[in-house]
Write a protein that binds this ligand. Structure first.
Ligand code: LFR
Length: 499
């Protein structure tokens, strides 16, 4: 038999993609069928996702994907924590709110942080679903809601009519018991959240339903919608080309998620205060990781620089990152300038929540540098260098801490996602971590999505190691000798955050 065709819908914070996976015997080939911008919209002060524009992009993308071959299956993954609310008729009540919106900034939970961590294993992030629901308490919208669906589950509902909460993504709500076995109902009730909002959990690799007839022109219910590891980071971790157990991963896109795959959660107070979270992975694994701001720092700087270059009136209030364009410096030019700029001149803490919200990122970086008595870069290439050095330093800290907190040894770092294309960042990561970095695949998330569908269709060997054997890194970066002392000196310049 020839290869089987499936489609991965992979929604990221700055763009959505529909990627065709062609699964043959012992091979998986990806082809991009469509890519569309994900442009958030601020309405009366609240930052929203434009969910219908995304859905339109998905429908058009699936039509384009079907031109590559009859689709046996479709799977949807996206960023985590955000949700849509359905009313009693199953209609979406409002556009989902963006996790970078300020509504959760001052929310205090009625349960102490240490108790939340002990119960759920999820590290405090202001945007976790639990805090979004607490921020929404008392609103007419929440009162009218009957079902909460996380973003990929909402898209899956529109495609199939079935509701559920996919387990890897559901873990990021902060409402599952640690390890992800089930909703923590006593906790949900202590928090004053209506348990009836939360749909039954479903597992990656199960069928959500056939595609509803008439939903995508040209596609029939012969196409199944398969539940995948619907948290993009969980799919990316499936798509890590690990060859043994002693690996750390960096899923590097808008965010950088740095950690290890474990068999059980780590719930110690040291782990909590170090900011490590225990998200659910496929097959009962735990994604033990720390959130690092990631390429968001650079994307937001580029947005500021291009708005400045095009004049105050013409810059979008919140535009999707366009990769530069005529007004701003292009990414390639910035990276070439950053490679030539002096190394480790100034570094910021790339886990600092001050960088979370959209805004004037060059000014925030400058303020952080002044706070720590370091020189402020005076042009975009030097600022870009500061960002990449700071990311590599944050990776160094996370790779060091994860070994200390788990008692496990790491001998290779896999850097997957868009950041794997950034040769300077990959080299700095190898230097800072003092470990070889295997870079790629760039589309690890889509690949993990495709692999879980392929497994559900019985097309690949079922164990994770065998699935990963079908995935390949694109390049190895080795640490350059002699740079370790510079990284530990840079590390000493920045106080460790107290959580
Ligand atoms: C990455 C990601 C992270 C999550 C953040 C917010 O795209 O899913 O894992 O912490 O977005 O949802």
């Amino acid at each position: 038999p020839g290869p089987v065709t499936v489609a991965a819908v992979d929604l990221g914070a700055s763009s959505g993609r529909v990627i065709v996976g062609s699964v043959g015997s012992g091979t998986v080939r990806l082809t991009e069928a469509a890519r569309f911008a994900n442009t958030p919209v601020r309405v009366q002060g609240t930052l929203h996702w434009d969910i219908l524009a995304l859905y339109q992009g998905i429908l058009d993308g699936l039509r384009a994907a079907a031109r590559h071959g009859a689709l046996a299956s479709v799977g949807v993954d996206s960023w985590a924590v955000d949700y849509g609310l359905l009313d009693g008729d199953g209609r979406l009540l409002a556009n989902p709110v963006h996790y970078r919106d300020a509504r959760t900034a001052d929310v205090a939970a009625p349960v102490p942080a240490a108790a939340l961590y002990a119960a759920t294993g999820i590290a405090h992030q202001p945007f976790n679903t639990v805090y979004q629901l607490l921020a929404a308490a008392g609103t007419a919208q929440l009162a009218a809601a009957r079902t909460l669906l996380l973003i990929p589950d909402l898209v899956t509902y529109w495609l199939t009519g079935t509701t559920g909460a996919e387990r890897t993504n559901a873990s990021t709500t902060g409402l599952l018991t640690a390890g992800g076995a089930g909703w923590d109902l006593p906790l949900v009730s202590r928090l004053g959240i209506r348990a009836s909002l939360l749909p039954p959990l479903r597992d990656p690799g199960t069928v959500a339903g056939p595609l509803l007839p008439g939903t995508v022109t040209g596609l029939t219910p012969d196409t199944l919608v398969t539940t995948v590891a619907s948290h993009d980071t969980a799919s990316a971790v499936v798509g890590v080309p690990a060859r043994g157990p002693a690996f750390a991963y960096i899923s590097c896109g808008t965010w950088s998620l740095v950690g290890m795959e474990l068999a059980a959660p780590v719930l110690t107070e040291r782990s909590r205060s170090a900011g490590f979270t225990n998200e659910a992975g496929v097959d009962g694994t735990v994604r033990y990781l720390r959130n690092v701001m990631g390429l968001w720092l650079l994307q937001e700087c580029m947005r500021s620089w291009s708005a400045a270059a095009s004049g105050p009136a013409s810059g979008p209030a919140f535009g999707a990152f366009s990769g530069g364009g005529a007004a701003g410096a292009s990414l390639d030019v910035l990276l070439a300038g950053a490679a030539a700029a002096p190394a480790l001149r100034s570094v910021v803490d790339a886990t600092d929540p001050r960088f979370l919200a959209p805004g004037d990122m060059p000014a925030r970086i400058a303020a952080a540098l002044r706070d720590t008595g370091q020189p402020v870069p005076d042009d975009p290439p030097a600022t870009t260098r500061c960002i990449l050095d700071s990311l590599a330093l944050a990776y160094r800290r996370a790779v060091h801490d994860v070994q200390e907190l788990t008692g496990r040894h790491v001998d290779v770092v896999h850097l997957v996602g868009g950041g794997a294309q950034n040769a300077l960042l990959c080299q700095l990561t190898a230097d800072a971590c003092e470990l070889p970095v295997e870079a790629g695949p760039v589309e690890a998330g889509a690949l993990g999505n495709v692999l879980v569908q392929a497994r559900a269709l019985g097309l690949v060997e079922p164990d994770l190691a065998a699935m990963r054997a079908l995935v390949h890194a694109s390049r190895t970066y080795r640490p350059r000798p002699g740079s370790a002392a510079d990284w530990s000196a840079a590390d000493r310049r920045l106080p460790r955050p107290a959580r």
